[in-house]
Design a protein around this ligand. Structure first.
Ligand code: UD1
Ligand code: CA
Length: 467
């Protein structure tokens, strides 16, 4: 038994088998289908996250096409099962079962059906725990080429017929097979052994186990998915985009329910985990990535991108600003057109205006850098004024050096602060200075060439006339 299988704490273990070996020809991609992303995470990762919620003893993922790439891109503690030749869904599950104990329950999921809910899967597993087969189905207005559910006169599920094997009457059935099925492992293994590729595609169909269960007197319970989207698989990029929009709509709705106003729920994208206190506002085309927290009353302007950051109460991220890896206190205003890079810590009331870039910069409460500056590898105290055009020269070509600025310092416009450098409290830097050495508390530093005016100077174009 491999280290991935943990049956120690469960008398009735659950095994999840995720099918992900297919090529996904219609994606027209050099990347495996299950690695294509929804909301910034691969479809396979979405399915794995949902599967984890079921507390399984083991998750087995069947891989084939680009197996190595899929494994590499998916750092999860799963049992990888290689299916070199894709002989059908039944064959894929059989390969996984060959490496799993035949006790407990098994649920089969698909790497390209990313939006299935934990609730629906739980119903299916419950069904298997009672000794039935739990089959997730859905009603589709246009069921296209999906497998059709065949029910008897009593309404009980009898079998599944694949579209390619179905007759005209069967093709009019709107109830489809999602592919997701849960069953007691012991039964499943026996049924899998009996599957024959006697069909129009010459494949080992997992769906054949339904008729076998019925023949063995085992009830097949149909579990209707809450929505069609839940069981919609991705076969091409148009379907990928559709599910992306559905997923985004769902996340926007959740934020609105938590008290966030969204200018247009169709024009906000969340690629990660966002938490928000009440009365936040997201303008159009906002992108939130990674782990983001918005404090009460935060406003994010149009076209702003916020990545892995914490924004305190009433912060304002103005239009077209990028904030990444930053920690903003209360009442901080950044942008428009500012770039707040990783390691930026802006204390309460800080103002960072247009075309200012900060990186590994701590700005104390009330400090302002209103226009056109680069502040990197620096610690700036409270209530400072950083003039337009101020640059911390933190890089000497080899090392990054630090600039320390005290409280209540005034840095005049177009100042060049050559690190390593220390500017003490209440110091004043004259505009246009290049500052290379320490400035003592309260001192004025003037580090610029002295202006000289030349009397009677003649412009070049006028020289000929006089000479
Ligand atoms: C399957 C079902 C169909 C159902 C549909 C839902 C069968 C026979 N048919 O059809 O009833 O309506 O899903 O989407 O099960 N895979 C492997 N190894 C294989 C074959 C497939 O891992 O040998 C994987 C694929 O990567 C894919 C999934 O299984 O993720 C489904 O395979 P696919 O060939 O797309 O099955 P469908 O024809 O869509
Ligand atoms: Ca499919």
């Amino acid at each position: 038994m491999t280290q991935h299988i943990d049956t120690s704490d469960s008398a009735d273990p659950l095994y999840v088998v995720i099918l992900a070996a297919g090529k996904g020809t219609r994606m027209q991609s050099s990347q495996a289908k299950v690695l294509h992303k929804i909301a910034g995470r691969s479809m396979l990762t979405h399915v794995l996250d949902t599967a984890t919620g079921l507390n399984p003893s083991c998750v087995a993922v069947v891989v084939g096409h680009q197996a190595e790439e899929v494994k590499k891109a998916t750092p999860a503690d799963v049992l990888w099962v290689e299916q070199a030749e894709q002989l059908g869904t039944g064959h894929a599950v059989q390969m996984a079962m060959a490496q799993l104990p035949a006790d407990g329950q098994v649920i089969v999921l698909y790497g390209d059906v990313p939006m299935v809910s934990e609730q629906t899967l739980t119903y299916a597993v419950e069904s298997a725990r009672q000794g039935y087969v739990g089959l997730v189905t859905a009603e589709f207005e246009d069921p296209a080429e999906l497998g059709r559910i065949i029910r008897g006169k009593d309404g009980a599920i009898q079998s599944i017929v694949e579209f390619k094997d179905a007759d005209e009457a069967q093709r009019t059935i709107k109830e489809i097979n999602s592919g997701i099925v849960a069953a007691p492992a012991g039964h499943l293994v026996q049924w899998l052994e009996r599957i024959k590729p006697n069909n129009n595609q010459g494949e080992y169909y997992l769906t054949d186990i339904i008729a076998m269960a019925v023949a063995d007197g085992i009830t097949v319970e149909g579990i209707k998915a809450e929505s069609a989207a839940e069981v919609t698989g991705v076969n091409d990029r148009a379907q990928l985009a559709e599910l992306e929009r559905l997923f985004q709509r769902r996340q926007a709705l959740q934020l609105m329910q938590q008290g966030v106003t969204i200018a247009d729920p169709e024009r906000v994208d969340i690629r990660g985990q966002v938490t928000a206190d009440q009365d936040c506002f997201l303008d159009v085309n906002v992108v939130l990535e990674g782990s983001v927290h918005l404090g009460r009353g935060v406003k994010v302007g149009p076209g702003a991108v916020v990545i892995d950051s914490k924004l305190g109460e009433r912060c304002q991220v103005q239009a077209h600003t990028v904030v990444e890896g930053a920690d903003l206190g209360a009442d901080v205003s950044v942008g428009p057109f500012a770039r707040i890079r990783p390691g930026s810590v802006l204390d309460d009331g800080v103002k960072v205006g247009n075309f200012v870039e900060t990186k590994k910069a701590h700005l104390g409460a009330g400090t302002k850098a209103s226009h056109l500056a680069y502040l990197g590898d620096t610690n700036i105290g409270a209530d400072c004024n950083i003039g337009a055009g101020t640059i911390t020269c933190n890089y000497d070509g080899i090392n990054k050096n630090h600039t320390a600025i005290g409280d209540n310092v005034f840095v005049g416009t177009n100042s060049t602060l050559v690190a390593p450098l220390k500017i003490e409290d209440d110091a004043f830097i004259a505009a246009g200075s290049t500052v290379t050495s320490k400035v003592e508390p309260g001192d004025l530093a003037v580090g610029r060439a002295k202006q000289r005016n030349i009397k009677g100077w003649v412009r070049p174009g006028q020289r000929d006339k006089t000479s």
